[in-house]
Ligand binder design. Structure first.
Ligand SMILES: *Cc1c(COP(=O)(O)O)cnc(C)c1O
Length: 414
């Protein structure tokens, strides 16, 4: 089945509440149902979708996307990221014999957010909107500003008062309108701004928006192709707003419905121990969100203390047997360091997925031979502040003593 252009009232695309199944118009501006449930795109002929030919992932899987004509010209070359084996260093570190790393730091703005941003821009184009908007302190604002630039659209980026300059600058340079809001509580600010969307007639895309999820599905399709039609046993995902993990899982669900795969991967919800509203209860075998209020972690890309999409994730976790893993600050730094030694320069939030694999294998919850994908979500370039927590060593020598010092300190066998 293929999505086709129809009149609005004849459109077979819908948004449904993932909790109640209630239906909403595909063009709805608000990202959640009235009762706060996550929305997802649904259409009736999911089982008949076929993979097509095409050079890009979104062309081959366009039948799975709810857009009549996804415009390749709006792409910045996102996706098609490497899936690499753990290598001996990281296999030893985690105890895994089947570790795979999906390196999303190779996206145009160095995080997986770009996949979802492209999908939301396609949506805005189809709806003839002139402006895209988001609320963010970092990666998402950067991504939305860049893709708006590519599409020659205006971008409105709401940031909280505490947003650091380094995060604001790329957004500004891409041409985004930065709206800084002084508010005591970022979560409350986010909720209030999202609620304004309908009244302002503005599509404000947040981390868990239903169209963003459609872009994240492509990661599942890529994994399916990269593993030659096999699927991972486990996928460890650092979770904040919950968009990424549910997007990846939705992709696999749709491959399953279409008959391409006969089982689903087990998702692993990974969070910093200092902010683990989902992972902490999951570790304890519970399926209720436990909100965190005073969030303080180096993994600043995963600091949503009470995610609006959390309830859906907990329901899925219970239904599909997902795992949870919390990672302490020390373990985050250790895993970031190990990844860097093995060639991967990631930000702290990203490093949590590697440690989660180590932790769950150590606890006997994951078999060492299982095929486990650790998602590397964002680049180390995104957060330089963290390096004051690492020991950075540089050897300084004057030129005239260089050769002698090299022999003495670096080249001589002990
Ligand atoms: C956004 C982000 C996450 C969390 O993804 P959600 O979709 O918000 O759950 C994890 N890591 C990095 C680097 C991110 O930018």
């Amino acid at each position: 089945m293929q999505y086709t252009t129809r009149q609005q009232d004849d459109d077979n695309r819908e948004l449904i509440s993932t909790r109640t199944g209630a239906s909403y118009p595909f063009a709805r501006l608000e990202e959640y149902s009235e009762d706060g449930g996550s929305l997802e795109v649904w259409h009736p002929d999911q089982d008949k979708v076929r993979i097509r030919s095409g050079s890009r992932i979104f062309e081959r899987f366009s039948g799975f996307l709810p857009f009549e004509a996804p415009d390749p010209a709006l792409s910045l070359g996102e996706g098609h990221t490497p899936l690499l084996s753990g290598g001996s260093l990281l296999n030893d570190y985690t105890g895994s014999r089947g570790l795979l790393l999906k390196n999303e730091t190779q996206n145009p703005t160095w995080s997986f957010k770009d996949r979802g941003t492209l999908a939301s821009i396609w949506m805005s184009r189809e709806m003839n909107e002139q402006m895209v908007a988001t609320i963010s302190t970092g990666n998402m604002g950067h991504s939305v500003a860049a893709y708006a630039g590519r599409a020659n659209m205006r971008a409105l980026i709401f940031v909280p008062g505490f947003t650091p300059r380094e995060k604001i600058m790329p957004i500004a340079l891409h041409g985004g309108d930065i709206i800084r809001v002084e508010a005591p509580d970022y979560a409350a600010m986010k909720k209030q701004i999202l609620e304004m969307a309908g009244r302002l007639g503005l599509r404000i895309v947040s981390g868990n928006g239903p169209l963003r999820i459609e872009g994240y599905k492509l990661t599942a399709f890529e994994l399916y192709e990269q593993m030659q039609g096999n699927i991972p046993d486990y996928i460890a995902v650092p979770v904040s707003a919950c968009g990424h993990i549910r997007g990846i899982f939705k992709g696999f669900r749709e491959l399953h419905q279409a008959g391409y795969i006969d089982r689903l991967p087990t998702m692993v919800v990974v969070q910093a121990a200092n902010n683990a509203p989902l992972a902490k209860p999951l570790e304890n075998g519970k399926y209720q969100v436990e909100p965190f209020t005073h969030v303080d972690t180096l993994a600043e890309a995963i600091t949503t203390g009470n995610p609006m999409g959390g309830a859906e994730i907990m329901e899925k976790a219970a239904r599909y047997g997902w795992l949870g893993a919390t990672v302490s600050e020390e373990q985050i730094l250790e895993a970031q360091n190990m990844l860097a030694r093995a060639g991967f320069f990631v930000e702290p939030a990203s490093a949590t997925s590697l440690y989660a694999v180590k932790k769950l294998i150590g606890a006997g919850q994951i078999n060492p031979d299982a095929r486990v994908v650790a998602m590397l979500t964002g680049s180390g370039l995104k957060d330089f502040d963290v390096f004051r927590h690492h020991s950075i060593q540089v050897s300084d020598y004057p030129l005239e003593q260089l050769e002698k010092s090299l022999w003495q300190n670096h080249l001589q066998k002990q």
